[in-house]
Design a protein around this ligand. Sequence first.
Ligand SMILES: *[C@@H]1O[C@H](CO)[C@@H](O)[C@H](O)[C@H]1NC(C)=O
Ligand SMILES: *[C@@H]1O[C@H](CO)[C@@H](O)[C@H](O)[C@H]1NC(C)=O
Ligand SMILES: *[C@@H]1O[C@H](CO)[C@@H](O)[C@H](O)[C@H]1NC(C)=O
Ligand SMILES: *[C@@H]1O[C@H](CO)[C@@H](O)[C@H](O)[C@H]1NC(C)=O
Ligand SMILES: *[C@@H]1O[C@H](CO)[C@@H](O)[C@H](O)[C@H]1NC(C)=O
Ligand SMILES: *[C@@H]1O[C@H](CO)[C@@H](O)[C@H](O)[C@H]1NC(C)=O
Ligand SMILES: *[C@@H]1O[C@H](CO)[C@@H](O)[C@H](O)[C@H]1NC(C)=O
Ligand SMILES: *[C@@H]1O[C@H](CO)[C@@H](O)[C@H](O)[C@H]1NC(C)=O
Ligand SMILES: [Zn+2]
Length: 477
Amino acid sequence: MTSKLLWVSFILAALILSVTFSLQPDQQKVLLVSFDGFRWDYLYRVPTPHFHYVMKYGVHVKQVTNIFITKTYPNHYTLVTGLFAENHGIVANDMFDPILNKSFSLDNMTIYDSEFWEEATPIWITNQRAGHSSGAAMWPGTDVKIHNSFPTHYMPYNESVSFEDRVAKIIEWFTSKEPINLGLLYWEDPDDMGHNVGPESPLMGPVISDIDNKLGYLIQMLKKAKLWNVLNLIITSDHGMTQCSEERIIELDEYLDKDHYVLIDQSPVAAILPKEGKFDEVYEALAHAHPNLTVYKREELPERWHYKYNRRIQPIIAVADDGWYILQNKSDNFLLGNHGYDNALADMHPVFLAHGPAFRKNFTQEAMSSTDLYPLLCHLLNITGMSHNGSFRNVQDLLRSTSPGALPPTPGPTLLHGSVKPGDDESEESYAYFLGVSLGSILVIVFFVIFIKHLIRSQIPALPDVQAEIAQPLLQA
Ligand SMILES: *[C@@H]1O[C@H](CO)[C@@H](O)[C@H](O)[C@H]1NC(C)=O
Ligand SMILES: *[C@@H]1O[C@H](CO)[C@@H](O)[C@H](O)[C@H]1NC(C)=O
Ligand SMILES: *[C@@H]1O[C@H](CO)[C@@H](O)[C@H](O)[C@H]1NC(C)=O
Ligand SMILES: *[C@@H]1O[C@H](CO)[C@@H](O)[C@H](O)[C@H]1NC(C)=O
Ligand SMILES: *[C@@H]1O[C@H](CO)[C@@H](O)[C@H](O)[C@H]1NC(C)=O
Ligand SMILES: *[C@@H]1O[C@H](CO)[C@@H](O)[C@H](O)[C@H]1NC(C)=O
Ligand SMILES: *[C@@H]1O[C@H](CO)[C@@H](O)[C@H](O)[C@H]1NC(C)=O
Ligand SMILES: *[C@@H]1O[C@H](CO)[C@@H](O)[C@H](O)[C@H]1NC(C)=O
Ligand SMILES: [Zn+2]
């Protein structure tokens, strides 16, 4: 009688536990979101409850050192390759390649020229080569054919497409019959408004609130699609923003003859290509022209920028001090906010938060580099990355466990703290999962109680030996 009950309860327990665990995703999903130009400290400018919700139930890195130059295309390509600009080849938003004899510019369709992108292989391609699917909603470079591939799903770039429509596509791809495991989502603000009004303007408050609401919308849609607890969400950006002023303009026309050079990229890092035979003249004229402009020959650029060994970096690079603006002529277009400056400046640093089954909860880390995101993504996706300039060690503390696809060891510290309020949606954390674990555990306990009773009744003499064996490791400790 007892042994029959014993076996029935044991089998039931085993069944429930195994069903519960197999319900968990065996393949990790990652959604990488970039809010262009979201400076790290915008989190504290106005109330940002949705960003803080992600921080409370996820991780936050306070200072992320991005790459020089702190512009949009170079940094977005770093996030998906782990490489410095000199290594991935997208060295600026406006470039000239003297071997290809071609320009790359946002102002016309030349960014679609594959050759500019092919010094590196972005993660969506590596992910697809490993047999997975990727989906991209407007992430820079995802509608360009690179090494003969596009993302499995992507949206051709169109800045008029709403955030809601981009989110809808991402969710559709994650929940389709052949789901993606990697999603990339891009939004143009707060960069656009940061340029127009300047980051210190009170007009930035509503812009940051709007981004927080957009994040809230994304979270709501992920919950509705039952993705919130199974997907690893990473929220970051490419760079920050600094306040400029018409009082701080450096006008190249004051120092240089327009006919002696071509200005490939303007501010705050002027990329100067001197005309044939004019190098020395241009360099000498500019070198000590302005106290807030540091002028380098390409070979003399500081090592820490990793911005030297690429033919798309022009022979003369002039870098403005924080908040100073380079114009060829004062009548040229000026913006109240800008970025691109030295990546050591805190104002240039982006935000970084993450939430999901792989991440710890309510955990803050001081610092990382934006190149470290790539090995983190490869780890989460369980793919072998290309060689890169990041370090997985710099980000592994963000994770609950360092084995890819591993299950969380506990339901999570916030539940132990008892901090989950009713209506706080984090409590939705897989109800079925906890039910299964609790039922299974109760049955296992019942099984052991009966088993021990059975042992005591039948007076098996082997018991002392078992105890001796258990005691041994303790003696060695
Ligand atoms: C580079 O392209 C331009 C047209 O864009 C052409 O005029 C010039 O001759 C080309 N230079 C070389 C070296 O091929
Ligand atoms: C693209 O724009 C740049 C700068 O605006 C210009 O110099 C270049 O000639 C343009 N290229 C084409 C193909 O239109
Ligand atoms: C861009 O998106 C808007 C809004 O969805 C749409 O009206 C417009 O036709 C699109 N433009 C192109 C070129 O597809
Ligand atoms: C700046 O541009 C204006 C208008 O094109 C021109 O008249 C002026 O001479 C330029 N300034 C310099 C210093 O070249
Ligand atoms: C601009 O140059 C002046 C003179 O060297 C210096 O005092 C000031 O700190 C510089 N501004 C910035 C933002 O570095
Ligand atoms: C998060 O951690 C901080 C300290 O690191 C602690 O003060 C706070 O109570 C924690 N919040 C939750 C919800 O656990
Ligand atoms: C960055 O990574 C690339 C590719 O592995 C490598 O060639 C380059 O030397 C690295 N740069 C640095 C500064 O380590
Ligand atoms: C990771 O990928 C390897 C094959 O590359 C596979 O054997 C392993 O099961 C995967 N791990 C997880 C947790 O998916
Ligand atoms: Zn910008």
